[in-house]
Design a protein around this ligand. Structure first.
Ligand SMILES: Cc1cc2nc3c(=O)[nH]c(=O)nc-3n(C[C@H](O)[C@H](O)[C@H](O)COP(=O)(O)OP(=O)(O)OC[C@H]3O[C@@H](n4cnc5c(N)ncnc54)[C@H](O)[C@@H]3O)c2cc1C
Ligand code: FES
Length: 273
């Protein structure tokens, strides 16, 4: 893990209410892999070098915010990485307000990300809403290694769907929306169930209700496949110190406590639901 300032390179609203912000700080992505995350301080505070803005309260919000790495690219000054996020509260609103040249205090890479088995050739990626953020990098990485990728992207309506034109052209995309305004009407669990037999492994990110439905589908399926999900919890430190992100999981028949930031965020869906 490294700690330091990341400099904003560019930031824009990419689709609907979803923002993408690119950063330069190669050391904060060194050794990172898909499914890992960073903690970012999302407040103006001179002591963190962010520079105060008129009307902004220092250290508010106090706790840093966890965000997954979305994508990597080579920039003029070295590796650049970006975040894809929905503005849902004060922290993400602050982030969306950053402009090129602004600095954000962050630490990462953190946690255990997705694990692709050596024998896996067909990967099924299932994204619910903003859960698409870490899966895009997994798709980029898998395609560059010659693996077959099918990605199911679901959202409430067309405005929440990540544009498939921004994915590698080799990725097969299936879109579902709750209201039928794009792709198939319904939830991602339906194509997930249909494609489970095709894949060697499945990887998901999205809301807990989606994971619970996926666990039920996976249990009923004729074939057993590893289904890795990234859990989300409120986090205070991201490094296993505060115990703010403890969850109960089922391991070897018994229930036990795990820290999402350190033992996860990747878990097998059947261990949690
Ligand atoms: C490991 C990890 C990776 C994440 N990656 C991304 C990402 O790539 N893109 C993205 O948009 N979001 C991601 N999140 C969720 C993101 O951290 C929260 O949306 C963010 O902290 C909200 O901060 P806020 O101050 O804007 O909202 P707040 O004012 O703190 O909260 C607004 C709403 O968001 C909910 N919320 C806040 N924090 C979390 C959280 N940690 N998990 C779930 N719900 C939360 C609150 O319950 C509330 O309903 C990730 C969370 C985790 C734990
Ligand atoms: S966020 Fe502090 S222990 Fe996980």
């Amino acid at each position: 893990m490294n700690i330091g300032y990341a400099t904003v390179v560019e930031s824009e609203r990419l689709y609907g209410e979803t923002w993408i912000t690119w950063f330069r700080a190669p050391e904060l992505a060194r050794g990172a892999y898909p499914g890992q995350f960073l903690m970012l301080r999302c407040s103006d505070d001179a002591s963190y070098g962010c520079g105060s803005r008129a009307g902004a309260r220092a250290d508010d919000p106090l706790l840093p915010r966890p965000m997954s790495y979305h994508r990597l690219r080579d920039g003029a000054g070295g590796a650049e990485w970006c975040l894809l996020y929905d503005v849902v509260g004060r922290g993400t609103a602050w982030l969306a307000g950053r402009r090129p040249g602004d600095r954000v205090y962050a630490w990462g890479p953190l946690g255990r990300g997705y694990e692709v088995g050596h024998a896996s050739h067909n990967l099924l990626l299932v994204a619910g809403g903003i859960g698409v953020a870490p899966l895009v990098w997994l798709a980029d990485d898998a395609v560059s290694r010659g693996l077959n990728v099918t990605m199911v992207i679901g959202g409430r309506s067309a405005a929440q769907i990540f544009p498939s034109a921004l994915l590698p052209k080799e990725v097969e995309v299936v879109v579902t929306t709750d209201d039928g305004s794009s792709g198939r009407a319904g939830f991602v669990t339906e194509p997930f169930g249909e494609l489970l037999e095709w894949c060697d492994q499945a990887f998901a990110c999205g809301p807990n209700a989606m994971f619970a439905a996926m666990a039920a589908v996976a249990r009923k399926a004729r074939v057993r496949r590893s289904v890795q999900v990234l859990l989300e919890e409120r986090m205070g430190c991201g490094t296993g110190i505060c115990y703010g992100c403890a969850v109960e999981v089922r391991l070897r028949g018994g229930r036990t406590m795990k820290l999402v930031c350190k033992d996860g965020p990747r878990f097998d869906v059947r261990d949690v639901w």
